[in-house]
Design a protein around this ligand. Structure first.
Ligand code: ATP
Ligand code: MG
Length: 434
């Protein structure tokens, strides 16, 4: 295979002459003067790889994602160690400017193969790679991104995604309270609001926070600047029973969803795994990949960030409302999830479980209905309808363990989080009893 390559920057001239003398496997077909020209050339489909030298400092994860979406692998050349570290953080292949032409050709061929495998992986996974640029970029697809395995400090925290269909089944309630229980039990926990339709983690925790920490973190990850200290600085710290819960608040207006691009969010999750034992992500509900509606393969896609999180998470909780509207919605959503992210093995959580919506002994009724009409698999948890506790918690802007520590809803979520909660005293009020 001969790989057509575009280049940017005069500094590449010496190496490129060397590449041309190799007479394969790489042919330089276009020498661009700036990155905008490179983007245009990449979209024309005439190149498979790009080598960027002088303007390597201008590269961002979003730009790499755009090139990847156009099927173009990227290699940057620089001798600046700070820039090298940034490029590494953005997962952009890089080498010193004086790299041997043979080694550079090999690097380009490897980057193209990796991109092709990412695209094939995404196609085999049933998703359109162009609709899922993060997969093409190497940030998504099955399992962790290759570089994850080599995080220098060795810590690789767990990521839980809390997701579910439209209709407010209780995703945020579960995400906030799972994170709160784990944090209060002494773990280092980060809660990320990545809902691109209606973020509500900040209000649930009483944070008057307009800073959209998740967007800030994405911006830094996009530039390869999201180190551990930066992530800690951006997170808001919430005190829970003397322990701290770190929170990346969500976008303040839903039209800001473009700021949560999958490649950047993948960088945020990687950083989160380094700083926290557990990261809980509150996800948007929709999984539609609107590629049928658009021939613009580089346009950002609103649901791509949700798909990225579901793909990258170690555990996905799929939350549905336990009633005749919520359950069919959940069944359909699970089938969409299986098509879009086959690697995800969702744990089903039925929320707002109550006899008035399904009849006496609601759990066994729901289990029976799930066996007959559900997509198969167990129900991981039944969370009781507990309006007093849920309302009190929202009203006071804090987690159930603070507002309604003895409530049945808190007990059920704590159990799901693996946290031991002292049993409720007989006769204690359902809500708020200490
Ligand atoms: N088990 C429960 N019992 C009673 N009320 C609940 C329960 N779980 C959640 N709620 C309430 O249901 C409403 C919706 O919950 P929540 O905001 O968690 O849903 P969501 O799925 O995140 O919705 P959205 O689509 O807005 O993101 C809130 O008022 C919440 O307090
Ligand atoms: Mg929500």
């Amino acid at each position: 295979m001969n790989i057509p390559v575009a280049t940017v920057g005069a500094a590449t001239a010496g190496v490129l002459d060397g590449l041309e003398r190799l007479r394969g496997p790489v042919t330089v077909v276009r020498r661009c003067t700036e990155l905008t020209e490179l983007v245009a050339v990449s979209q024309s489909g005439i190149v498979r790889a790009a080598v960027v030298a002088d303007e390597a400092g201008e590269l961002t994860a979003a730009l790499a994602e755009r090139l990847a979406a156009a099927g173009v692998a990227l290699v940057a050349l620089t001798d600046d160690p700070v820039l090298q570290a940034r490029l590494d953080a953005m997962r952009i292949v890089n080498a010193p400017s004086g790299v041997d032409p043979g080694a550079l050709a090999e690097l380009i061929a490897t980057a193209v193969r990796a991109l092709d495998q990412g695209v094939e992986g995404a196609a085999a996974a049933g998703s359109n790679a162009l609709a899922d640029p993060a997969a093409a970029f190497g940030a998504g697809s099955t399992g962790p991104a290759p570089a994850d395995a080599a995080e220098p400090d060795g810590r690789r925290g767990t990521v839980i995604a809390v997701w579910g269909p439209a209709g407010a089944p209780g995703r945020t309630t579960l995400a906030v309270n799972l994170a709160a229980e784990a944090a209060a039990a002494g773990g280092e926990v980060l809660l990320i609001d990545a809902d691109t339709y209606g973020s509500s983690v900040a209000v649930s925790l009483g944070l008057l926070d307009e800073s959209a920490g998740v967007a800030q973190a994405c911006r830094l990850a996009d530039q390869g600047l999201l180190d551990d200290a930066a992530l800690r600085r951006i997170s808001v710290s919430v005190s829970l029973r003397g322990q701290r819960l770190a929170v990346l608040t969500g976008i303040t207006r839903s039209d800001r969803w473009v700021e949560l691009r999958p490649a950047a969010l993948a960088g945020v999750l990687n950083a989160a795994r380094r700083v926290a034992d557990l990261t809980v992500v509150d996800c948007g509900f929709s999984l539609e990949t609107d590629e049928e509606l658009s021939f613009d393969t580089i346009a950002p896609r609103r649901n791509a960030s949700t798909l990225l999180v579901l793909d990258a998470a170690d555990t996905v909780y799929a939350v549905g409302a336990a009633d005749s509207v919520g359950i069919p919605r959940l069944v359909r959503a699970l089938s969409d999830l299986a098509a879009a992210v086959p690697a995800a093995e969702p744990r089903v959580v039925l929320n707002k479980v109550r006899a008035s919506s399904v009849g006496r002994q609601p759990e066994s009724q729901l289990r029976g209905a799930w066996e007959r009409f559900g997509p198969g698999g167990e129900i991981a948890a039944f969370l009781p309808a507990d309006y007093d506790a849920a309302d009190a918690s929202l009203l006071s802007g804090t987690a159930l363990l603070e507002t309604a520590p003895a409530s049945v809803l808190r007990a059920a979520i704590a159990e799901l989080a693996g946290v031991q909660v002292p049993r409720r005293r007989r006769g204690a009020r359902r809500t708020g009893a200490k």
